[in-house]
Design a protein around this ligand. Structure first.
Ligand code: HEM
Ligand SMILES: *[C@@H]1O[C@H](CO)[C@@H](O)[C@H](O)[C@H]1NC(C)=O
Ligand SMILES: *[C@@H]1O[C@H](CO)[C@@H](O)[C@H](O)[C@H]1NC(C)=O
Ligand SMILES: *[C@@H]1O[C@H](CO)[C@@H](O)[C@H](O)[C@H]1NC(C)=O
Ligand SMILES: *[C@@H]1O[C@H](CO)[C@@H](O)[C@H](O)[C@H]1NC(C)=O
Length: 329
């Protein structure tokens, strides 16, 4: 009959539409390596060139850009919300105390300016940040360390208060880390792998000084911290100032698996690092990364998952003209 045929057709198209929706919701499925191939074929080279010249002038930059990308993705997804400057009395993510030591914003601005000159209004700030993080870490290797999937669009909301809820704290225990990562669709393997980001960069003493004195009613120093290392940190961290220390001593500029080696020596700097060894499965994963090749492989995969958190794609969001401000209507 004609009507039942129409009904079946309707049903089939409903099912197809539903499946399409599910596919679209699968984060990252709409990102692609070749997103700018036609619309801005030079974008990736420009971003790589500007990033490498900045890293050549400041080798600490790789860590800054990697952390900036992480803090972008965990708060409202990878939508460049972390880059937005406050307007009026509205307080944005970058003003949060947990983001005090983020930097690299000026480098993103420089890259954006260079890209806009060649293809205006095409490349999102969120994609630039994802690429710059990858490229800055990759400079010493002379080749891209992982593929960055592209097509993110920029958000128009940035709230200081989001940062407290959505970012892990250096004193987070294993349960809260695992729960928080799971809320971003990142699993235990991703947690252990991405914590390896602490193989580069620095921390201010204030982020771990609670481990060095008056730690608990039973122990002055955090028992999960190597006592000799705690002594060294105490000398580097005078109580009246808040200097920086290397997170992976003597190896803080080299992106490698050294983080896991010192983790097993109880020299992970944060409680969140030490917390990984409080879980058997996490410990097993960390042990696997005493093989550098395995760490690099997994890090790339987990960065792709992190880079796909709650991304805006298609028609939602916008391509910002300037990374620090939303477009005016
Ligand atoms: C697992 C939960 C994590 C916690 C609790 C955490 C916490 C922190 C803290 C407190 C600092 C030092 C801030 C300061 O005092 O200056 C830091 C630095 C850093 N974090 Fe994390 N982080 C985590 C995960 C990650 C991830 C997933 C990445 C990237 C993949 C990352 C990359 C970095 C880098 C590169 C630095 C050094 C930044 C610099 O040199 O300025 N972290 N992190
Ligand atoms: C990037 O740098 C390379 C090497 O300096 C140069 O050959 C190339 O033309 C640059 N590409 C762009 C798009 O600026
Ligand atoms: C972990 O931290 C959370 C949040 O501070 C707390 O509620 C929970 O009791 C802690 N879990 C353990 C096992 O200590
Ligand atoms: C440790 O705690 C005690 C009691 O709360 C306090 O008097 C002392 O100043 C603290 N010491 C340090 C180094 O913070
Ligand atoms: C922010 O973006 C959303 C979704 O893309 C849009 O609906 C809304 O109008 C935008 N708001 C402003 C103030 O631009």
């Amino acid at each position: 009959m004609k009507t039942s045929n129409t009904n079946i057709l309707l049903l089939v198209s409903l099912i197809l539409a539903f499946e399409f929706l599910i596919l679209c919701n699968g984060q990252g499925t709409l990102l692609s390596k070749t997103f700018y191939k036609k619309s801005c074929p030079k974008a990736l080279d420009i971003i790589k060139n500007v990033t490498s010249s900045k890293v050549a002038a400041n080798s600490a930059l790789g860590a800054k850009l990697l952390r900036l990308h992480f803090h972008d993705c965990f708060v409202r997804g990878c939508d460049a919300s972390v880059l937005l400057d406050p307007v009026g009395t509205g307080q944005t993510e970058k003003q949060s105390i947990v983001n005090t030591f983020l930097s690299g914003y000026d480098v993103i601005d420089n890259i954006k300016t260079a890209v806009e000159k060649v293809c205006p209004d095409v490349v999102s700030c969120a994609d630039i940040l994802a690429l710059a993080a990858r490229d800055s870490v990759s400079v010493p290797f002379g080749k891209p360390m992982w593929d960055v999937l592209l097509g993110r669009r920029d958000g128009n909301v940035s709230l200081l208060t989001d940062t407290f809820v959505q970012l892990p704290a250096p004193f987070s225990n294993f349960t809260s880390l695992k729960t928080l990562f799971a809320s971003k669709k990142l699993n235990l393997n991703d947690l252990v792998t991405l914590s390896g980001g602490h193989t580069i960069g620095v921390s201010h003493c204030g982020s771990f000084s609670n481990r060095l004195s008056n730690f608990s009613s039973t122990s002055n120093t955090d028992p999960s911290l190597d006592p000799a290392y705690a002594n060294l940190l105490r000398t580097e961290c005078p109580t009246n100032s808040n200097p920086e220390v290397e997170m992976d001593p003597q190896s803080s500029l080299s992106f490698d698996n050294h983080y896991y080696k010192i983790l097993f020596e109880k020299k992970g700097l944060f409680q969140s690092d030490a917390a990984l060894l409080t879980n058997r499965d996490a410990t097993t994963i960390a042990q696997k990364f005493t093989n550098n090749k395995k760490f690099f492989e997994e890090f790339g995969k987990s960065m792709q998952k992190m880079g796909a958190i709650e991304v805006l794609v298609g028609k939602v969001g916008e391509i910002r003209k300037q990374c620090r401000v939303v477009n005016s209507k």
